[in-house]
Design a protein around this ligand. Sequence first.
Ligand SMILES: [Zn+2]
Length: 80
Amino acid sequence: MIRYSLQCSQGHEFEDWFSNSADYDEKAAAGSLKCPECGDLQVSKAIMAPSVGKSKSSAPAMPSCAMGGGCMGGGCGFGS
Ligand SMILES: [Zn+2]
């Protein structure tokens, strides 16, 4: 299951669950997506909120020991 943030042409944002992206495409193509607030059928995917740690390779989750594991006990300052 995948959750998409959707937005109608009136600017209402809501969320809906789909089996996969193809499921969304099918429902969008069939016009079965409807804004729960105003009933607008002009619904498109909104910009999704950034999900944590999805594809951010530029920011390492943990600093690695600069000594390559040879500091033995946190002497490098990164702790043990
Ligand atoms: Zn709406």
